[in-house]
Design a protein around this ligand. Sequence first.
Ligand code: XIL
Length: 310
Amino acid sequence: RTPLKDLTDNYVGSAVAASALVNENDYRSVLTDEFSSVTAENAMKWSVLEPNRGQYDWSGADAIMDYARQHGKSVRGHTLVWHKQHPGWLNDLSASELRSAVKNHITTVVNRYEGEIRAWDVVNEVFNSDGTRRDSIFQRKLGDGWIADAFRWAHQADPSAKLYINDYNTGWVNDKSNAIYDLVRSLRQQGVPVHGVGFQTHLSIDYSFPGGFQSNLQRFADLGVDVAITEADVRMTLPVTDSKLTTQADYYERLWNACEAVSRCVEFTTWGYTDRHSWVPNTFDGQGAACLFDESLNPKPAYNRINPTA
Ligand code: XIL
């Protein structure tokens, strides 16, 4: 079969766990064959990189970058500022100390891989579902302007990286996607370097497919930014049945086709490619089987649906 990465001009990516990449030859080999881009599932998050102030652990992030260099893979950086998986020591800082810490973090991480990371998720999940700003320590202590600052600092550290805002449940027109739309428009009007909007698209077949997904991508593209599917998966209530796998295939196909149809959609990345390593069973009770490949790395009906040569 033709690998997924050769079916399209878009980047086709997967989130990867650094440990699996290093330890599992079969996992690494299918990843290398099928995908043109990788995202660190956890290895570039702040709590992993700097668990104690000033003490960095680059081992996982560097392992992923080494893999990418060796195999000519593009890298999506994930993520610079998020209200989850940031180190506990941040909580003790004053507002001005926190501001310096965020600037220093962004500068240090983005500089380290300057020129090698195609796109960074600069801020992740900064809105509530009603479109108000999420009440994170960043929002509380630094105020509304912190997002613009984060983008400016990232751009200074690597002018070649595409800088994204990323979120979930934004595939259709709703209060949250409207808030991102308004923010991106206003940041760009102010000359803030925002280049893309990431749609996580963690979907479930227990809910309907996001209505108007393609036209929603298009309205963001029409702001003059790239759009990307950054964390796709399609979970189901276990046990797996043929009919659930067929519905899952429908959902994956619609995601893939929407990105193909929107010229500024540049990337289709799944949040893990195999059910062997997926965050879903650990996160959603009784749910699983969300990926394109099964635990044995065999392609599932969803894979066969998006790959006509399979
Ligand atoms: C998840 C990872 O997959 C898990 O291993 C980790 O325990 C928690 O984070 N949205 C995101 C990702 O932006 O960073 C999250 O990744 C999944 C939801």
